[in-house]
Design a protein around this ligand. Sequence first.
Ligand code: SF4
Length: 239
Amino acid sequence: MPEVDAATDLVLGGFTPLSTTDWPGKLAAVVFLQGCPWRCGYCHNAGLQPRCASSEAPRWPDVLATLQRRVGLLDGVVFSGGEPTLQRGLGGAVAEVRARGLRTGLHTAGIYPERLSALLPALDWVGFDLKTDLADAATYDALTGARHSAAAVRRSLEALLACGVEFEVRTTYHPRLISDDALLGMAQMLQDLGIRHWVLQRWQANADPAQQPLVPAWCWPQPLLQEALHELVPGFALR
Ligand code: SF4
């Protein structure tokens, strides 16, 4: 049995006691873990990128006590971020949640394939963040601000498929971030891997002035392109 790191050093960035959107179809609490090594320009949670906790951040023992009181009201707990697999204590926290009879979910960008592989047997669901076409490593690196990011994501995706845990692939989309060709390349790759569900989440404006030219793209992708994506991935959806 793999060794589980204790959750005592877990650094939290936030806690949502009840969410109906972070784990589709489930009532879930969301534990946001602090820190991410990537620097996606459109990051929806840029405040969670640094590894240091804010003085106002919740503490894991207090969150766990709240979760204990909500057993029977919640379907499960999602660990989000930031990149939750950055923290060694995640395995211990997942184990503590499961010990209370709650299901466990994870949001990840697949940054650490080995850590994800070790964690997968203890998870009931994964929301997997695919940034763009893995065949275009240079663009993947440009979006994440990190070298060799596509190779790590590919290994994580392969581990996810091999494990058999339920998962959803999701992509933050704006036409200036992801070209039509890249979308088609992603859809083709997902079809080749036998993945039938894929959600495009339209990019939402954030506070970064550098991102302001990226006006919200309500009408993209164009209908013909959407049809092509549907043909390749039958469970394709826009959110
Ligand atoms: S991987 Fe996720 S948390 Fe990390 S910078 Fe990118 S969008 Fe933000």
